[in-house]
Design a protein around this ligand. Sequence first.
Ligand SMILES: NC(=O)c1ccc[n+]([C@@H]2O[C@H](COP(=O)([O-])OP(=O)(O)OC[C@H]3O[C@@H](n4cnc5c(N)ncnc54)[C@H](O)[C@@H]3O)[C@@H](O)[C@H]2O)c1
Length: 418
Amino acid sequence: MSFETISVIGLGYIGLPTAAAFAARKKKVIGVDVNQQTVDIINKGEIHIVEPELDMVVHAAVTEGYLRATTSPEPADAFLVAVPTPFKENHEPDLSYIQAAVDAIAPVLKQGDLVILESTSPVGATEMMAEWLASARPDLTFPQDAGENSDISVAHCPERVLPGHVMRELVENDRIVGGMTSSCARRSVELYRTFVEGECIVTDARTAEMCKLTENAFRDVNIAFANELSVICDKLDINVWELIGLANRHPRVSILQPGPGVGGHCIAVDPWFIVSRTPDLAKLIKTAREVNDDKPEWVVEKVKLAIAKFLQVNPNKSVKDVTIACFGLAFKADIDDLRESPAMEITRKLCDYHAGEMLVVEPNVDSLPSDLSEIASLVGLMEGVNQSDILVFLVDHKEFKFITPVGQEVIDTRGLFS
Ligand SMILES: NC(=O)c1ccc[n+]([C@@H]2O[C@H](COP(=O)([O-])OP(=O)(O)OC[C@H]3O[C@@H](n4cnc5c(N)ncnc54)[C@H](O)[C@@H]3O)[C@@H](O)[C@H]2O)c1
């Protein structure tokens, strides 16, 4: 059965580009999001996130009638669930968004439909999603009971696109397609073939879930190594960026770059999904998470030392006279995504600590998040450089690479000036 109508549930950084990619191939796409504002913006042919090329694709898809957004699901042949999967206070995965999406789509499911979980999920979540769907629709059969002949096909297909390059990577990247049965996987591959030019590699749902988590845990562990090195080198008065450059001359060594911590919706979150399922076994993965989570506090301590040093050199000034500028709030370079961002955490902590003026330079946002807007000022690049005594570089945005500090104290967490 071919896919005439495709529904994407959750129109965020993953769901909207995915919906747009199908619509650009002239598929009828119904985008569903609980946020009315998001739905209204998309239906105007505009976008609510920063992602290169997405605006043009969405605008064309909406004007040509291939993409429409709504707050309540409608019948479709395939449903792709791309809702958030954060963790709770105790680092346990929060699957409530998936459950809410399941509750919403269950009433409109019909025989022959395909449901794909795209959200990054702990091992077993796809099977759980299928159980929730089965409880909501006892009149339909699902793969866990009916196997290859189920009325509804269910699969997990994790997303691994790089923010800032999503429209290209959606098409070019290989996809891991984890079907609950081989026919679920086959149907999913057929669907992704609409726009995916990379290879679609078939496996089972549990392996696909673990594959995505493994990719991000691998990155996290390797970044933790670089971050730990940076702290050790600081103590030993060694330039960590020079050190890593030298070590990487070894043909089989490839150390990543340190930073102020690890952020974003993926690398800082997904390893916990492994830890939560196998706490006694995931020792290295857990330690890496802790090393990376400790780094923002270390940066804050470096800034406190810089304030003390500045006051020592300028004994006529008090703390209130010291202006600090934080450069970058996003969790990585050249994007507007502030989620789980160590730069946000550091800036917040500095605002709480520092009695003087706090400036923020973030070229990718128009206003500061509400918890910072009262205590810090968003300023332009040159204002941040010229009006501050201490410059804290937290993100290597392209705009920052041309800055030349003029005698201020500099905390360079990204090696911009090394
Ligand atoms: N952002 C990335 O780079 C990236 C990369 C790979 C995987 N992922 C994974 O993809 C999933 C989605 O992430 P994202 O970055 O797109 O999140 P996002 O927060 O940008 O978007 C999620 C959207 O889902 C909507 N939503 C929440 N509950 C809903 C519901 N019940 N029904 C319909 N809509 C609902 C929200 O309003 C929001 O617009 C997560 O599991 C994430 O881990 C993200």
